[in-house]
Write a protein that binds this ligand. Sequence first.
Ligand SMILES: [Zn+2]
Length: 547
Amino acid sequence: MTGYLRYAELMAALHDLGGGARLMRLGVSRQGRDIPLVAFGPDDRPAILVEANTHAGEVTGSAAALALCQRLAAQADPEVVTVRDSRTVYIVPRLAVDGAEVYLSSPGMLRSAPVPYPDPDQPPGLDPEDLDGDGLIRLMRRVDPLGEWRGDPRDPRLLVRRRPDDRQGPFYRVTPEGRYRDFDGRALPPRSSPFGLDFNRNYPVQWKPEATQPGGGGYPLSQPETRALAEFVAARSNLSALLSLHTTGGVILRPPAEGGDDALPELDRALLQGIGDAGERLTTFPCRSTEQAFNTGSSRPTVKGVDDWAYEHRGLIAYTMELWDLDARAGIAGYAQVGVGGLLKRREEELAADELARLRWNDQVLGGAGYMPWQPFDHPQLGPVEIGGWDPKFVRQNPPLPLLGEECQRAVEFALCLAAATPRLALGAVHAQGVGPGTWRVRVHVRNEGYLPTSATRRAVDAGVSRPVKVALSLPPGATVVDGPAEREIGELDGYGCARTGPWGPPAQADSERWADFVVACPAGGRVRVEVHHPRGGSAMGEVIVP
Ligand SMILES: [Zn+2]
């Protein structure tokens, strides 16, 4: 089942998952809805968290998260079986449960939550409203000698910026479809949304107050939704990675958000890019640092989201996946290719050519349904206007329904790849060699079979949130460990993704296996049990019977 599901429909689909899915409650939203959390696998296995629909309108993410649940619950293909049998996948399919419900049941757009923020008393201006009753808030244009826009003979739908030498109208002023509050005859700008809160600016990472960083809320984790997510991440010591599903752009974003790749330890940059490049092969979406994608060269302060928090404070491998790329469908290079800085430098002729390409795609693929041509409308305040433009919700912000499945598939493939890359402890041989009468050297061969190191990142070690691998012996009655404690720490183990090859010298090997030695006094025939454990790498058990 693929679709844009209302809350009750989404919850019903989650209840019906079966296949070993555990449906739990992450927390409770401000309006009292349960925020669903689905787990596949127990809490002591290496794990990832997939979190979606933090932004109310980015409902593609929750469709993709549900598709991941259904794939894990139902399918028996080898990739899914590997993940399901050895890893745990936690899925929060919809964090903005209140906001998404407003988005899916009304014409309005909103960022995260239907909470008046920051200031319900705004200056006079235009309130977006669905005046023509088609269920969407499109654009409104009216003829005005002050107009900044004009038509274009190549396509009656196309608006282009008025040039300095344009004297011959008609010229248009363009706003969202809506109605002015306290109308005084002037073309006042649109009022900003009364629901300006942005959950992804509410994490305790480079948080800043409203004037510097709009949407951040009163203080870090001020919202019940973000607090619930942060508490979950901090409490689950088995997590190695986080994937946050958003729209739009067709890109896999990784840290850092500022400072260039030099801001990361070289190992982390290589691991993040290595998994991201695998994601590109699976999804066609390139992996870029958030800074590469969003740097505009301006002095605007960098904003950081849940992925930066998860990496910087918890040392998780973290990505934001921006699903749905209308521009790529239309054959245009978007910010995934040229960065937001590149988009801002596009000249007027290039912007017009881009919009023509989008309109062509709309005609050829959607039969024109994605864009409503300008229709005359008698505006209660302005008189004759025209209403038209893109479907802002299910063409621009989310894919049209027939294309949703492809986007879900991309997220599912990348999530499975990420889960399979997590560290995984295993036991090689366990030997007992006689070293004296009734005394044995028990040698335990410990391995990490995952791509990631047991710590997941270098950052986790530097931040002090990873614990070393522990090897513990359980001895039969009458036996003792004679050279130290029965439980020992052997440090972190690399994963195979940690091997580095420089421009010179032989290919490097990762430090992904180690021997732990114990000297044990034990009666002949005694059974020595071994357990290795790492919070992020899971556990493995073995035993040896002394001769
Ligand atoms: Zn988003």
